[in-house]
Design a binder for this molecule. Structure first.
Ligand code: CTP
Ligand code: MN
Ligand code: MN
Length: 510
């Protein structure tokens, strides 16, 4: 009835396509059975790798063409420990503490000795150098490699709503927002990523030692964590919260239809309160802003889950009146399991509708609400979708589907039928609703794109581009190497195309 059909056609590409360079080599006797070697091609090159593989095999070492669970020693050249760990992570392989990550110098010594030589610190690519605690506690103890099992990409982490690090993430959210208000994107991204990685942790950070192996927490983010651990608060965050510009932007952008440009203008004009702005006769407001002021109290008071469900019924009633076969799926924060939101988002699609019926649906639905007096605001944007266009490279690109941004009148009665509507006064609440209509064959991409979170989406795109040479957006997935569009019927298939483990919607609260 509600969610999109999600076929589990999981043919997941998990392992790298490491085509063996020395497939043609003749079999050699294995003399050292305790070791299973794998030589990384990255930065070494095919020819040099093939040379080392052949040489090691001739000396009686077991060398695998492909990385597998049986491998005990990974040998790399011109790669740092974190390079190798990152590579492993992209291959979706967890480095166990037994796995040795070694520099080529170790293999060269082995070749000279004609047998495996002991692996020491100078060969090991991964040692806990940055932790002074280990060095003076027990010099004899060989620390396990600081295996970074946490990815720098939110799409390789599970982030539920259970945030154990709220003190830190709240601080970072404030800083990220402040940089956004100042249009300093690079700094904003740093703090958004820092907040995001902390939200995925299953434990609370209580000391600086806990940060080991966690990506995205360099420099400033790290020193702010340190300050919060020591003093319970960050002076920088405190300063931002008291900053005139931050406070004003926060207030102004809380009005539907007010973005950075308008906030900047009002701030420069000296406005600091909404009441002054509202009553100023010289200011001109857009339709959106007028609606934003008119329904301000309702709109800032967030939508509850119960209200979202009531809106869902309202939307389905209207959509099914015109297209009985249509799928109506609640997306956005509510699909991720949130219990409150600033709006309610829906994706609509139909397998049966003709192109014209598809194009007409949102018009019909909004006209129906208008007649019933439920449509408080409507901005309908026609589709600019082109089937053959390659996906957008921008991480924050807007999509091209037909959609409408609405404010609907939701009667209290529809939320709670017991709640008498005869208490007098206003018996409804204004609710922000987004509806998106997409072609049936694009529903998986649209669903993935409109489920969020924004950070999760950004990292999915960044991952696709940098790790897979693919371009992903709300409409499609394009493989640049093969120069083809990769089709998908479900979100699971998109993750599989990207070589990612599936992340459930409620684990995408990055
Ligand atoms: N989105 C999008 N294009 C837009 C607007 C939104 O692709 N023009 C996507 C974003 O990825 C976002 C999701 O749709 O994650 C839902 O957007 P939004 O309602 O703004 O955010 P929510 O995550 O639902 O948060 P909230 O609960 O505050 O509504
Ligand atoms: Mn939303
Ligand atoms: Mn929305």
């Amino acid at each position: 009835m509600d969610p999109l059909p999600t076929a589990h056609l999981g043919h997941r590409k998990k392992r790298p396509r490491q085509t063996g360079a020395s497939m043609t080599s003749t079999p050699h006797d294995i003399r050292f059975r305790d070791l299973v070697l794998f030589i990384l091609e990255k930065k070494m090159g095919t020819t040099r790798r093939a040379f080392f593989m052949e040489l090691a095999r001739r000396k009686g070492f077991r060398v695998e063409n492909e990385l597998s669970d049986s491998v005990t020693h990974i040998v790399a050249e011109n790669n740092s420990g974190s390079d190798v760990l990152e590579w492993l992570q992209v291959q979706n392989i967890k480095a166990s503490s037994q796995l040795e990550l070694l520099d080529i110098s170790w293999l060269i010594e082995c070749m000279g000795a004609g047998r495996p030589v002991e692996t020491t610190g100078k060969h090991q690519l991964v040692v806990r150098r940055d932790s002074p605690d280990h060095s003076n506690s027990d010099p004899q103890r060989i620390p396990p490699p600081a295996v970074q099992t946490i990815s720098q990409y939110a799409c390789q982490r599970k982030t539920t709503l259970n945030n154990c690090n709220r003190v830190f993430t709240d601080a970072f959210d404030v800083l990220a927002e402040n940089y956004e208000f100042r249009e300093n994107e690079s700094c904003s991204v740093v703090f958004m990523r820092a907040a995001s990685v902390l939200k995925s942790l299953p434990f609370t950070i209580t000391s600086m030692k806990d940060l080991e192996g966690i990506p995205c927490l360099e420099g400033k983010a790290k020193s702010i964590i340190e300050e919060i651990i020591e003093d319970g608060e960050s002076s920088e965050v405190k300063a931002v919260l008291n900053d005139e510009r931050y406070k004003s932007f926060k207030l102004f952008t809380s009005v539907f239809g007010v973005g950075l440009k308008t906030s900047e203008k009002w701030f420069r004009m000296g406005f600091r309160t909404l009441s002054k702005i509202r009553s100023d006769k010289s200011l001109k407001f857009t339709h959106m802003q007028k609606a934003g002021f008119l329904y301000y109290e309702d709109l800032v008071s967030c939508v509850t889950r119960a209200e979202a469900e009531a809106v869902s019924v309202l939307v389905k009633e209207a959509v099914w009146a015109f297209l009985p076969d249509a799928f109506v799926t609640m997306t956005g924060g509510f699909r991720r399991g949130k219990n409150i939101g600033h709006d309610v988002d829906f994706l609509i699609t139909s397998a049966e509708a003709t192109e014209e019926e598809e194009q007409q649906l949102l018009h019909k639905v909004t006209n129906l609400w208008e007649k019933k007096g439920l449509l408080l605001y409507c901005d309908l944007v026609e589709s600019t979708f082109e089937k053959l266009k390659t996906p957008s490279r921008k991480v924050d690109a807007l999509d091209h589907f037909q959609k409408c941004f609405l404010i609907l009148k939701l009667h209290h009665q529809r939320v709670d039928s017991d709640k008498a509507s005869q208490q007098g006064g206003k018996n409804w609440k204004a609710i922000r609703v987004d509806l998106v209509m997409c072609p049936y064959e694009r529903r998986a991409f649209a669903l993935l794109g409109w489920t969020g979170s924004r950070q999760f989406e950004r990292d999915l795109r960044r991952y696709a581009t940098h790790e897979r040479k693919m371009i992903l957006d709300n409409h499609a997935l394009y493989d640049k190497t093969k120069r083809i569009f990769l089709k998908a019927e479900s979100e699971e298939e998109i993750f599989a195309h990207l070589g990612l483990d599936y992340i459930e919607p409620w684990e995408r609260n990055a």
